[in-house]
Write a protein that binds this ligand. Structure first.
Ligand code: GDP
Ligand code: IMO
Ligand code: MG
Length: 422
């Protein structure tokens, strides 16, 4: 009986969906605590690929409750679409989805503001366009629409009208955009009616089940380096993607959480703008992108690729308090003659191993690499550590020692069973 959190240790897309799906086998609850439809978590069900954006990845497990926590920003239109998508794969959602009363609601207005802001600024963040930032702005401005507002249609309509007139006075939307928002708001109201059936006191559900000794899995979205406080600001998302978001985003104090599993890809990727010290612009980068199929699960954008950044991962482990690591996409490195690992940064003729020291100056650091010999043999689908090539074991042990955190899971393919448990 335990409470376990799964947190992205890099810039997102580390394979959290796969690991949550795997570990949710014995979970009574899987809960998301932040973010919204900007996330894209890939899971496989009966050989079909499903990408989940807002529904926790425990949805595939029969008796698992899926909680969308108060720290999330939830898009009702996207949620209805996602529920239909999941159902079309034969997955039952009956009595499985619970949306926190005080989660904030993303409206079509927020999505338009998000895209508009990106279109007029020279310093683009490369957002997913899902309205995440503007919805959190409204939350902190104390004018947000919350899930509990879905329970009173007239109140919701009034809030939407206020929000729309404010947006139209603030942003220079063209006529076609205004028309689009108004049309989308009609569908939005319908979806809100539908989604209102899921609005629940999730706080009580979590605490009651925690007191019963049930297994609870907490699913992070995005990654630590995209965290609004600890990430590469301003090139971040608008929530606390690191473990710090759990207590506010679910009302569950950290003293209740037994394990924090950091998900780290065996190399690094980033989608959107912002600094990325180990980014590769050569053949190796292209190879990681091609073999790793590194294209965004939410927007389809190509992901920037580079070598494993040990400095960033060590920082991530400290920020989150990782008790263990799940290393994913090991198999993607099967075809490389040599593999590099960043152990430090050079900056102004000095070296550092402390990410926080250079977090605000990452564009100017030069990675210092240790090079490993590639193993050049397939690891895809290997299920025990002993079966791995010696050269692979050397690379894995180095990562664990460098980050000072045990690696307990190694993923060797996208499938549910392509996994090594240590
Ligand atoms: P998430 O956002 O952290 O859940 O990750 P995404 O789903 O956005 O991206 C991870 C991608 O890698 C998905 O396409 C997964 O199916 C795939 N994946 C996960 N683990 C592995 C692995 O060990 N090997 C391979 N080849 N693919 C993997
Ligand atoms: P998962 O959960 C990777 C990135 C965007 C952009 C920045 C801000 O699948 O790992 P936002 O729309 O959140 O305001 O965009 O954050 N981003 C992600 N990158 N994986 C994600 O989620 C991401 N969610 C947001 O690309 O750079
Ligand atoms: Mg993703």
């Amino acid at each position: 009986m335990s409470i376990k959190a799964i947190i992205g240790g890099q810039w997102g897309d580390e394979g959290k969906g796969k690991i949550v799906d795997l570990l949710s086998q014995n979970s009574h609850i899987v809960a998301r605590y932040q973010g919204g439809a900007n996330a894209g978590h890939t899971v496989y069900y009966n050989d079909s690929k499903l990408v989940l954006h807002q529904i926790p990845s425990g949805i595939l497990r029969k008796d698992c409750k899926c909680i969308l926590g108060n720290g999330m920003v939830v898009d009702p239109i996207a949620l209805v679409e996602e529920i239909n998508m999941v159902k079309s794969h034969g997955v039952s959602i009956d009595n499985k989805i619970f949306l926190a009363l005080n989660a904030h609601i993303v409206t079509p207005i927020h999505k338009s503001i998000d895209c508009y802001q990106e279109s007029i600024t020279e310093k683009k963040i490369g957002t997913t366009g899902r309205g995440i930032g503007p919805t959190y702005v409204n939350k902190y401005d104390r004018v947000g629409i919350r899930a509990l507002d879905l329970l009173d249609e007239q109140k919701l309509k009034n809030k939407i009208e206020t929000s729309l007139s404010k947006a139209l006075n603030t942003y220079k939307f063209d006529d076609s955009e205004i028309l689009k928002i108004k049309e989308q708001l009609v569908g939005f109201m319908e979806c809100c009616k539908d989604v209102s059936q899921y609005v629940s006191d999730t706080f009580t559900i979590i605490h009651n089940q925690s007191q019963n000794g049930d297994n609870i899995l907490i699913e992070g979205a995005q990654g630590t380096l995209l965290d609004i406080d600890h990430g590469t600001y301003p090139y971040v998302t608008s929530s606390n993607a690191s473990s710090s978001g759990i207590s506010t985003g679910l009302g569950l104090p950290m003293t209740k959480v037994d394990n924090i599993v950091g998900i780290l890809k065996a190399y690094t990727t980033r989608v959107g703008e912002g600094p990325f010290p180990t980014e590769l612009f050569d053949e190796d980068g292209k190879k990681l992108q091609d073999i790793g199929k590194e294209y965004g699960a939410t927007t389809g954008r190509p992901r920037r690729c580079g070598w494993f950044d040990g400095v960033a991962a060590k920082y991530s482990s400290l920020v989150n308090g990782f008790t263990e690591i799940a290393l994913t996409k090991l198999d993607i490195l099967d075809n490389f003659d040599s593999i590099k690992f960043c152990t430090g940064y050079k900056i102004n003729n000095q070296t550092t191993k402390a990410f926080s020291e250079v977090l605000h100056n990452l564009d100017n650091v030069e990675p210092i690499y240790t090079t490993f010999e590639g193993w050049r043999t397939p690891t895809t689908g290997i299920e025990t550590f002993d079966e791995l090539p010696d050269k692979t074991k050397i690379y894995i042990n180095f990562i664990s020692e460098f980050i000072n955190t045990p690696i307990k899971i190694i993923s060797t393919g996208p499938g549910r069973n392509q996994i090594i448990k240590l």
